[in-house]
Design a binder for this molecule. Structure first.
Ligand code: SF4
Ligand code: MSK
Length: 656
């Protein structure tokens, strides 16, 4: 073991690193097997304190320049850059990279959609014609008398502007409430195409360019908005049109979904295309027979991370765990192949997969891993790739030689909510509407809505922040909507089932029991955060809760984030008007002008603002305080007080 590395004895106990029992069990096994994971590497690698404070700059070769977080105005970079410029530039580049990732994903979905529409890609079809028509109409495309193909063609052309428009405004700003849009127009941040915004962001953060932190942050907001209301929204909408808009479905979650007597295939990543084709391949009678011939009872397809979150929402495919469990699932020895596409694929998977003789297969030209097998996935012939992967998995099953240990943990939750389904669920099929949600917020049964999203991070106890935060929120009558790895943390903890209403406060519990919904609604993957934006826009449009998203009693959190995509998501929620609080670490120094701008002053300009807390209860306190502040501004704080002291209501709830 290299000098300075903690030995097994000094490493924290697995149960101190995660609240996921299955992950802890596999951590113990990994240590016995001599396999290192992100948890040990995080414990062994002290994070650079200057980097964590965002007090260093390496944007040119007169540096790198390191400023002092304890005396941030004590010196400047060689070029004279102040701490505010350095922090703003670093932050803006995080936003640009995260936005690039989501737009890259969305653009790939658009390419696929165009291929389907013009008949060049035949393996996928338009599944949700209603969604196609609604999206087209919302964007001002006339659908009367046109074929599905004609409408889809026009929609492709319109959505392409999300990426390519050199001026003007991206198509989905048509969804933005008028007052929110007015705030953006006043600030000059209504986004043009993503290529333009990301290019300008990178240019403006070069040495000798923009050196006014507020001006840099204006472009950071504009760039982030072309993620949330741009590339991510395109990805979600096209995925729904091609593969179907999710509707609630019961799903099994956690490592116990692996089956010792079956060929286990895991898909991990972000774009749904690979997974959709894999679903077709594992149901191919010839491949099922091949698996049986190899002595297996069948083929068990399982998802992880965001690909998994999307497929569990749309098809009820079981989910094995979130980001921090992706190495540890391999430690079970039961995974016969892991196929990955893009984003959140740790390089460390190569080594762990090698230790357990599991084929690790990259499939996307944008994401190779040195040492992994690459089987290219082409949308024109997708099954060639997925079938080859299944055959590899069957071969590995046949030659399993290492002991298999599958944790028994399995939870069941209901997932697959969407902004459309919330509309239907609360309003019914004949009067689908957000009115009941708004009414329940106004009368105080629901105090507000919180989006709890984002990654897991081995620098915090896996899942703990997510679960504790959400428990506090629902206990205080805050309805929680979720995406990504956070949703999986809550699903494992059993809080995405309707029975979890038991943990909710009396008002929220009453609504959940009436409608039969959980107090925690899973909306899908990271790009599906756009479903939360759309829900916010619908709440404003429905009326009674103010004129802009910034007026709503809502808040957002990513308590265990780790990726730059999360920063981009946070910034688009803040720019859209939402108080958004992050945990783990925050790349700014309290007391600096940059920090004050993000945490206080943006709100005065009609946006939301950032927050930070490492304790989930403090995080919940800040979110609830913000929701209450908004309720007061709307004049509905009294309604809630009346509801809560109404003894007749209480008795009715107790008797239920
Ligand atoms: Fe240093 Fe300025 Fe170069 Fe950054 S841009 S590395 S602060 S000289
Ligand atoms: S996968 S970005 S770890 S949520 Fe979308 Fe999970 Fe975060 Fe990746």
């Amino acid at each position: 073991m290299p000098e300075g590395k903690k030995t097994d004895k000094t490493l924290p106990n697995p149960s101190d690193m995660t609240i996921c029992e299955a992950t802890a069990q596999m951590l113990t096994k990994a240590r016995k097997d001599g396999v290192e994971t992100q948890f040990e590497r995080a414990a062994n690698m002290k994070a650079c304190p200057i980097g964590a404070d965002s007090a260093c700059c390496k944007h040119c070769f007169m540096g790198p320049c390191r400023l002092n977080a304890r005396d941030p105005y004590g010196k400047v970079g060689v070029c004279g850059a102040t701490i505010d410029t350095i922090q703003a530039r670093n932050f803006a580049r995080n936003v640009a990279t995260g936005t690039a990732c989501h737009n890259d994903h969305g653009m790939a979905m658009l390419d696929l959609f165009r291929g389907v529409v013009n008949g060049k890609i035949i393996d996928y079809k338009i599944k949700d014609v209603n969604k196609l028509n609604e999206t087209a109409q919302m964007l001002g495309i006339e659908i009367e008398g046109k074929t599905v193909q004609e409408v889809a063609n026009e929609l492709c052309d319109e959505l392409e502007k999300t990426y390519t428009a050199v001026d003007g405004e991206i198509p989905f700003v048509k969804r933005v409430p008028a007052k929110t849009l007015e705030t953006w127009r006043k600030a000059g941040i209504v986004p043009r195409g993503a290529m333009r915004e990301i290019m300008e962001m990178l240019s403006r953060t070069h040495i000798g360019m923009d050196q006014d932190y507020k001006n840099i942050m204006r472009q950071a907001s504009r760039t982030a908005l072309v993620d949330g209301w741009g590339g991510s929204m395109v990805a979600t909408e096209i995925s729904d049109i091609l593969y179907g808009t999710p509707a609630p479905v019961a799903v099994e979650v956690n490592m116990g979904v692996l089956k010792e007597d079956q060929v286990n295939v895991i898909v991990h990543g972000h774009e749904p295309n690979l997974f959709e084709s894999m679903l077709a391949s594992v149901n191919d009678p010839g491949l099922i027979q091949a698996a049986k011939d190899a002595g297996a009872k069948g083929i068990n397809l399982v998802g992880m991370c965001c690909s998994g979150a999307e497929m569990m929402s749309r098809h009820g495919v079981p989910h094995a765990g979130n980001f921090s469990s992706t190495e540890l699932i391999l430690v079970t020895g039961a995974v016969d192949a892991m196929a990955v596409d893009i984003q959140c694929i740790q390089q460390a998977l190569v080594k762990v997969a090698e230790c357990y003789n599991t084929p690790l297969i990259t499939t996307n030209s944008r994401c190779h891993l040195e040492g992994a097998t690459h089987i290219p996935f082409h949308e024109h012939d997708p099954r060639a790739c997925t079938e080859e992967i299944v055959i590899k998995a069957i071969t590995r099953f046949k030659s399993r030689s290492l002991p298999v240990e599958i944790p028994k943990n399995v939870g069941t939750g209901v997932h697959g909510f969407s902004s459309e389904y919330i509309n239907y669920m609360l309003g019914g099929s004949f009067r689908g509407s957000y009115t009941p949600l708004n009414e329940n917020i106004i009368n105080g049964r629901i105090r507000g809505v919180a989006g709890v999203v984002g990654c897991t991070n081995p620098r915090t106890k896996q899942d703990w922040m997510h679960v504790e935060l959400v428990k506090d929120l629902i206990k205080n009558d805050v309805l929680v909507v979720q995406t990504g790895c956070s949703q999986i943390a809550l699903a494992k903890a059993g809080l995405t089932s309707p029975e979890a209403a038991y943990y909710a406060g009396p008002g929220l519990r009453e609504v959940c029991e009436t409608v039969g919904m959980p107090p925690v609604l899973g909306l899908g993957s990271c790009v599906d955060n756009t479903r939360i934006l759309i829900a916010c826009a619908e709440m404003v449009k429905t009326g009674g809760l103010g004129d802009s998203i910034a007026d709503l009693p809502v808040a957002g959190a990513a308590p265990e984030y780790m990726s730059e995509k999360a920063i981009a998501i946070g910034q688009y929620f803040v720019a859209s008007g939402v108080f958004t609080i992050f945990g783990v670490t925050f790349p700014s120094i309290p007391g600096t002008k940059f920090h004050k701008y993000l945490f206080d002053e943006m709100e005065n300009e009609g946006f939301g603002k950032w927050g930070f807390a490492t304790d989930p209860h403090e995080m919940a306190r800040q979110m609830i305080a913000h929701i209450d502040k908004k309720r007061k501004a709307l004049g509905i704080d009294k309604a809630r007080e009346r509801t809560l002291v109404d003894m007749a209501d209480r008795r009715a709830i107790d008797a239920a």
